[in-house]
Every structure is written in structure tokens, then in C-alpha cells.
Write a protein that binds this ligand. Structure first.
Ligand SMILES: Nc1ncnc2c1ncn2[C@@H]1O[C@H](COP(=O)(O)OP(=O)(O)OP(=O)(O)O)[C@@H](O)[C@H]1O
Length: 637
């Protein structure tokens, strides 16, 4: 059975500001389970503290009523022992109620941090499990990922705190409502009616807040993008030279203004709603007090009843306010937790066969059969019916103009995407039936847009094969092959030099020589060394591996790569045709179609596209006078 993939399945989870009671209950349970798994002790302590915080105020009010009633009845002398016991109980409960917020704060911190660790690990494990690239290229997914990253990491902790806050409020509320029922049953009705609009308004506000977070996600991501751009070292040259600083700052401020406007509107709504609710609460409290005083004057309530009544009205309103606020915060956190769940629970973006096959060593060939590919529905076809065989042990070169689809073909070989039509086969087995992790272990690639990591020089090569990260001899040999050993050895701390001007560890910060940047060509050699370290792989793919190198270095690196390719299966992409002429097969891609293939000699003899490109490049190295002799052989490219 194949685990079906759906690159858009993450969208199925609700992205609106509504969440049903059943879903909310499920999410809350999941958040609690996560909290329990992350920090069982702290979570238990949180539960107990919430219980204490819930019943504490009610106990205080009742103890106060009992003391006041005894004192008002002039029975202090007769019941002194009992009164002192009540006073001691009041002190003890008061101490617990006073200490509870501090204990809760501490426990919240401990459990929140543990939970964040767990949730963060799960989030990035999920992101790493997406085998393809399409999801990461989807702007809506990135919005969701950002919400999952920011709110999602704290979201579960907020869900738990909110849930416990609500539970605590419910305890207090029912405790005081029970008390009110004992002294003035009609007042229960008044308080309950007054609570209804509060609950309704707060839930509405919470929905609006969550919808706003979703709506603003895109603008906030752009804001972060401009902010990063303005401080990015890579962009700094162009930004300064082209005078782009104000341009990007203005764009950043435009996004920020938009976000501010929306948030101000939301705050205004919140302020108006909550101020109205506060007025309503004050009116209910004042009316209730006047009523209780009237009853006490008639002798239908004791002084203790009035104190209990006052405490109960205040307690109910505080509990209700807290409950609704915590409930709203929980509701907001649950809606944001939804984004986290959508990312973490997203099904595979590429189909995963249940019985995925280990590709095993390449023995015959990699074959593309009538491969059609485009990056999204409605976008132009990038590959149009490509049929290509890369025989095991041979070097195939892929050439063609910019945008012909060469790098796209490489991405399909790595299975970053699946063909829309047709298939790619490894010794006859469709790549879709292979274990993608095992497949990638059999590939070594120098990507056109390779990475330069803010790590040490040795690590920058070692990441090519994590098992050899500590294999200094292997790393040095790879660097020699790629022609960057001398440059790396000459760095201030040799291979241990941090290739970064951004992150310096404590020791490095004190040593101004530690953060070093390489030249473009040197970085490229490091990328080649990374691929060389990954030797013994079945397929070596080199996508413009020497584009940034000087002529001498290019020659040397190609000589070494040629030696490395010897007897291996390799795919070489290069615009410099002199570097591909010794390939066993040269394939010319044009507009997503293979228009020619053959050996250098046969393609030159055919006088087609390849020969035209070759002559064009060769002419670039000749004196102007020589050009006339070539004019007849010019082919439009
Ligand atoms: N992630 C992507 N999403 C959408 N379109 C893309 C993506 N990557 C590449 N393309 C488009 O696919 C086409 C082929 O790009 P590709 O990088 O495969 O060309 P190439 O032959 O390697 O070009 P070059 O010689 O410039 O490296 C281009 O038109 C490009 O705009």
C-alpha cells in the first residue's frame, strides 16, 4: 500500500477563526498530553495549583462569614477557641492563596520551556520529513509554517494554561454561585444573566484575534523578509551600491503600517467591548450590594451573609472575567495550535510506498521515460516528454541555454519532485517505489546554488557525509581533490576556522581572525569537496561545478573531477562546452525537449545546435580577424 501524498493536505485543517467544541476538546487533550509528556511533574503541580486557586477564594469568603457572624452575634467570648481555629484556617488559606500565583508562575515557566522543547523538536522533525520541495515553495504553507513556528511553539503551553485557568474559574464560579444560592438565590440569576454577554463578547473577540493573526501572517512574513534583507550580509553590497536601503525600509514600514492599522482596529474593538462589560459588571455589583443592604436592614440577612454576598459577587465577577479571558486566550491558542497541528500532522508531500525498495547499487542505467514536468498546475511545462538514458558507469553531459530545464531535471533525479507525466527509473524501478532516503544516500550532488554554511571549514566539507564529519584525513583529501586544501590550511585556525562573520563563539569573538569569509570561487571548491567526500556514491551530479572558478582552477578541478568520474555514473551540466567534450554522451536540452544527443565528435559533425554553441564559444577566444572564417558555420542559438 502506498501512503498517498497530497502536497496541499495541510490546507484541510481549519484556517478560519472557528473551531468546534469537539475539535477544541480534542486539541486541548492533545496539548495536555504533550505537556504531560514534556514535564509530568510540573504538569501535575500545575493541575493541583489550579485546583487550589479555584477553591481558595470561596473558602476564604466562607471562613470570613463565619468569623464575622460570631463576632456580630457577640459570641466571641463563648466561642473563642473556635474563633481562633477559624482565624488560623483563614491565615492558612490566605497564605496558600497568596503564594499560589508565584508557585504557578514558576511551574508555568518550567513546564512551558519543556513543552516548547518538545514541540519545537516535533515541528522541525515534521518539516525535515517533507521529502520534496513543493510545500516549502508554497506561500500559503510558509504563512502557516510561520504561525506554527511562532505561536505554535508557545501555543500548546497557552492551551494548557488557558484550559487550567478556565477549570480554576469554573471551580471558583460554582463555589460562589453556591454561596450566593445559600444567601440570596435571586442574585444567582442576575449574575448569570450579566455573565452571558461577557462570554459572548470575549469569544467573538477571540475569534477575531485569531482571524487577524491568519490574515496578517503574509504581511508579517514580508515585514520579516525586508528586515532580514536590510541586515543581511549577502544583500549588503547591492543594497548599498544601488541605494536600495530606503526602498526596502519603506516597503518594510508599509507592511508594518498595514499590520498596525489592523491591530489598532482590533484593539479598539477589544477596548470598547471590554469597557462596556466592565461597566455592566460594576452596575450589577452596585445593584446587588444595595439589595443586600436592604435585606440586612430588614434582618433577613446577617452581617456575615452580607460580607459573603459582597465577596461572592466580586468573586463571581472576577472568576467569570478570568474564566472568559482565559477561555478566550485558550480559544486563540487552540486556533493557532491548529496551524502547528496542520504542519506536524501533514501527510507526506510525495507518495511513500508501504514496501519502499532500497535502490541498491546502480547496475544498468537511470532512465527518464517521456518525462513531463511543470512546477504547478497552470504554469508552463518545463520538461516536455524527455526520454534519456544515463548508462551505469558513463558520463552524460547536459547542455542548453538558460532556462532550458537542466537543473529541473537534476531535481527530478533527486526526487525533490515527481514528474507530472512519465517516470524516472533506477535500474528499471520507478523512483516513486524507492525509499527516498536510501536513494539520496546513493547520490552526490554539487548544486548550482550550493550552500555556504556558517560553520567551520572542516564542517563545511564534512556535512557532505555526516558519518565522516570527524574524519579529518578524509576531509583534507576531499579538499585537495577540489583544490581548496591550501586555502583552507592557510586560514587563521586552519580547517577549524569558522567560515562566518555572523556567528562567532565566545573564544572566536576574542580572536578577530576567527570569522573568515571565502571568495566565491573558494566557496565553490568547498562545495565540490563536499561532493568529493561523498565518494563511493552511485551517481555524481555536477550542476555547473566550476562556474565561479578562474580558468586555471577550473581546468584543475575538471581534471580532478574527471578522475573522480572515472568508471562512475555521472551527470555533468556546464555552459562551458570545452569541459563536457570528453563526456560519453552529450545531451542538448532546449525548451524542455532533448533536441540532440551524441558524442562531441558526432554532434560537431552534425552541425546542429551543439556545434553552433561550441563555435560561438570558441570564437570568443579567437582574435577578431579569425571570426570571419567561422561565419558560415554560425548557427543561431
Ligand atoms: N521552483 C520553481 N518554481 C517555478 N518555476 C521554476 C522553479 N525553478 C525553476 N523554474 C523555472 O523552470 C525553468 C527552467 O529552470 P532550470 O533552473 O531548470 O533551467 P536551467 O536549464 O538549469 O537554467 P540555467 O542554465 O540558467 O541554470 C525556468 O523558466 C525557471 O523559471
Amino acid at each position: 500500500m502506498t501512503r498517498t501524498a497530497d502536497p496541499d493536505a495541510w490546507q484541510a485543517a481549519p484556517s478560519s477563526a472557528r473551531i468546534g467544541a469537539g475539535t477544541a476538546g480534542r486539541y486541548l487533550r492533545d496539548a495536555l498530553l504533550l505537556a504531560w509528556r514534556a514535564a509530568p511533574l510540573a504538569t501535575t503541580a500545575k493541575l493541583l495549583l489550579a485546583l487550589l486557586a479555584g477553591v481558595g477564594p470561596v473558602a476564604l469568603a466562607w471562613l470570613t462569614k463565619l468569623v464575622v457572624d460570631r463576632l456580630a452575634a457577640g459570641e466571641a467570648g463563648r466561642h473563642l477557641g473556635e474563633l481562633l481555629m477559624l482565624a488560623a484556617a483563614l491565615g492558612a488559606v490566605g497564605a496558600i492563596v497568596a503564594a499560589q500565583p508565584h508557585l504557578t508562575g514558576y511551574v508555568d515557566g518550567v513546564s512551558g520551556r519543556a513543552l516548547r522543547l518538545l514541540v519545537t523538536g516535533r515541528l522541525y522533525t515534521a518539516v525535515n520529513s517533507f521529502a520534496g520541495l513543493a510545500r516549502l515553495e508554497n506561500p500559503r504553507f510558509r504563512d502557516r509554517l510561520q504561525l506554527a513556528e511562532s505561536a505554535g511553539r508557545l501555543g500548546p503551553a497557552h492551551c494548557v494554561s488557558g484550559g487550567l485557568g478556565v477549570a480554576q474559574g469554573v471551580l471558583t464560579l460554582f463555589g460562589f454561585l453556591g454561596s450566593l444560592l445559600a444567601v440570596a438565590p435571586a442574585m444567582v440569576l442576575v449574575v448569570a444573566v450579566a455573565a452571558a454577554p461577557t462570554t459572548w463578547v470575549e469569544i467573538r473577540l477571540s475569534r477575531q484575534r485569531a482571524a487577524l493573526a491568519w490574515r496578517l501572517g503574509h504581511a508579517e512574513r514580508r515585514e520579516v523578509f525586508y528586515a532580514r534583507l536590510l541586515t543581511s550580509l549577502e544583500a549588503a553590497k547591492e543594497i548599498r551600491l544601488f541605494g536600495l536601503g530606503d526602498f526596502f525600509t519603506n516597503r518594510l514600514l508599509r507592511e508594518l503600517r498595514h499590520v498596525n492599522r489592523e491591530r489598532n482596529t482590533m484593539d479598539r474593538r477589544e477596548m470598547l467591548g471590554q469597557a462596556t462589560l466592565a461597566l455592566l459588571a460594576a452596575a450589577v455589583a452596585a445593584g446587588g450590594l444595595a439589595w443586600a443592604i436592604t435585606l440586612a436592614a430588614d434582618g433577613r440577612l446577617t452581617v456575615g451573609d452580607v460580607t459573603l454576598f459582597v465577596a461572592a459577587v466580586a468573586g463571581v465577577q472576577t472568576a467569570l472575567g478570568g474564566m472568559v479571558a482565559q477561555g478566550a486566550a485558550m480559544h486563540h491558542a487552540l486556533l493557532l495550535f491548529d496551524h502547528y497541528r496542520a504542519v506536524v500532522g501533514a501527510p507526506p508531500d510525495l507518495p511513500e510506498p508501504a514496501g519502499a525498495v532500497d535502490p541498491g547499487p546502480l547496475r544498468q542505467a537511470i532512465e527518464l521515460r517521456d518525462v513531463w514536468f511543470r512546477y504547478a498546475d497552470g504554469q508552463p511545462w518545463i520538461l516536455r516528454g524527455v526520454d534519456l538514458i544515463i548508462p551505469a558507469g558513463s558520463t552524460v553531459a547536459l547542455v542548453g541555454l538558460n532556462g532550458a530545464g537542466k537543473s529541473t531535471l537534476v531535481k527530478l533525479l533527486c526526487r525533490f519532485y515527481d514528474p507530472v507525466r512519465g517516470d524516472v527509473r533506477w535500474d528499471g524501478t520507478d523512483l516513486r517505489d524507492l525509499d527516498v532516503v536510501e536513494l539520496r544516500k546513493r547520490l552526490s550532488v554539487v548544486f548550482q546554488d550550493f550552500m555556504g554554511y556558517d560553520l567551520s571549514a572542516a564542517e563545511n566539507i564534512g556535512v557532505g557525509d555526516l558519518e565522516r564529519l570527524a574524519d579529518r584525513a578524509g576531509i583534507t583529501a576531499a579538499a585537495r581533490s577540489a583544490g581548496c586544501h591550501d586555502a583552507l590550511a592557510a586560514l587563521p585556525a586552519g580547517y577549524d576556522t569558522l567560515l562566518s562573520r555572523i556567528f562567532l563563539d565566545d573564544a572566536a569573538e576574542e580572536d578577530p581572525r576567527m570569522g573568515v569569509s571565502l571568495s566565491g570561487g573558494q566557496w565553490q571548491r568547498v562545495a565540490v569537496a563536499r561532493a568529493v567526500l561523498r565518494d563511493e556514491r552511485d551517481l555524481l551530479i555536477l550542476d555547473e561545478p566550476t562556474a565561479g572558478l578562474d580558468a586555471e582552477a577550473e581546468h584543475q578541478v575538471h581534471l580532478r573531477l574527471r578522475a573522480l568520474r572515472q568508471g562512475r555514473t555521472s551527470l555533468l551540466i556546464s555552459h562551458r562546452l570545452s569541459t563536457v567534450r570528453d563526456a560519453d554522451l552529450i545531451v542538448v536540452l532546449d525548451g524542455g525537449r532533448i533536441v540532440e544527443q551524441g558524442s562531441h565528435e558526432s554532434l560537431m559533425a552534425a552541425g546542429g545546435r551543439y556545434s553552433g554553441l561550441f563555435h560561438l564559444q570558441a570564437r570568443g577566444y579567437q582574435a577578431p580577424d579569425d571570426h570571419s572564417s567561422d561565419r558560415e558555420s554560425q548557427v543561431r542559438t
